[in-house]
Design a protein around this ligand. Sequence first.
Ligand code: SF4
Length: 362
Amino acid sequence: MTNKLNIKDLSWEDLNTLTQQLELPKFRAEQIWRGLYQHLAISSEEMKLIPKVQRDLLDKNYRFNSFQSYKKFVSIDGSVKFLFELWDGEKVEAVYMPWHDEEGKLERATICVSSQIGCGLDCKFCATGTMGLTRNLKASEIIDQIITCEKDLGITLTNIVFMGMGEPLLNFNNVMKSIENLSGGPFKKFRRKRITVSTSGVIPGIRKLAELQPPVKLALSLHATTNGARDKIIPLNQKSGGLNPLLLEIEKYYRKTKMPLTYEYIPFKGLNDTEQDAKRLAKIAKRVPSRVNLIPFNDISFTEPTGISASLRPVDDKKMNEFVNQIKSFGGVAIVRDTFGSDIDAACGQLALSEKESTENE
Ligand code: SF4
C-alpha cells in the first residue's frame, strides 16, 4: 500500500500549480493531462514525452493508478464486468455495456461506474445495500474505473452512468471532481450530456447538482408511485419526506438544466405493478420531458435476504410488456431496458459481495 496521492485527484488548475512548483515548463501540464486522459497512462513511464528526470519528480509524490489488481468477467452478450482491488484491499465494480442499433452497429459504449464502497441506503432490492457503507471513492478511483476499462478492452467509451455501487450524491465532491476532470481541461474526454448521475432521491444533492454548468443528465431510481410502496423498498423515501418534495426537486432540476430525465423502475410482482401504478407512473413522467426505464429485477437471493427483501419477486415477461404498454397508453414514454451480463453475476454489488465473503471465509 502507498500513501501517495493519485495524480488524477488533481484538477487542471491544480496540475498547473504543481508544474509551476516543480519548475517544469508551462506546456508540461497539458502533456501530463493528455497523457492521463487521452493516452490512458497508468504509470509515469508511459509518458514518453516527459523527460525521465521530470517523471521522477512526479513519481516521488504521486501514483498513477488506483488499483493493485483487477479481474474481468466477459458475458456472452458483450458486456464486461470489472472487479477492481483498491490499494487498501477494498473491492469495487464497474460494467461495460455495448449498445447496438438494429443493424448491429455499436451505438453507445457505456460504462456503469461505482461511487462508493458499499452503500448506506439499504434499498431492499439491491445487493450493495446489504453491505453497508465502507467508504467513499476518491475522484481518481472513479476515473480509473473508466481508464482501466478503455485500456484493457482497447475501446473508447462514449457514455458514463453513475449507477454502480453507492449513492453518487452522497459522495458529491468526489463525483463532481471526477466529472470535471473527465469533461474539462485541455482534453475533454466526455461531453456532459453523455454523463448520467443516478440517485435514489437525495434532495440536497439534486439541488447542488443542478448548479453544475454545463449540466449532466439525472436519473431517479423511483421504483414506486406511492409513499406506502416506496417506503417499503427505499428507506430514504420516508427519511427525506416522501415523494412530493422529491418530485418537485426533480422538476426544478429540469427547469434549471433543460436535461430530459430518466425514471428507473423495477416492477415487483404484487407490489408496484398494477394498472393504477402504470397510470400514476405516466402522470409523474409527463410532468417534465422524461422516459421511464423498466428494469427486470436481478435476483439477490444469494444475499440470503430477510424481511421485505425476501418477498420481492420479478414480474414475468408478459406482465412486463403489459405494464410498459399501460404506461404508454396513459401517455408516458417507457421502454424495457436491456439487461446485461446475466451470466456473469450482473446485479450491482454481486461480485464485490461474493468476493468479500469468499475472502472473509478464507
Ligand atoms: S440501489 Fe443504489 S442507493 Fe440503493 S442501496 Fe443500492 S447502491 Fe445504494
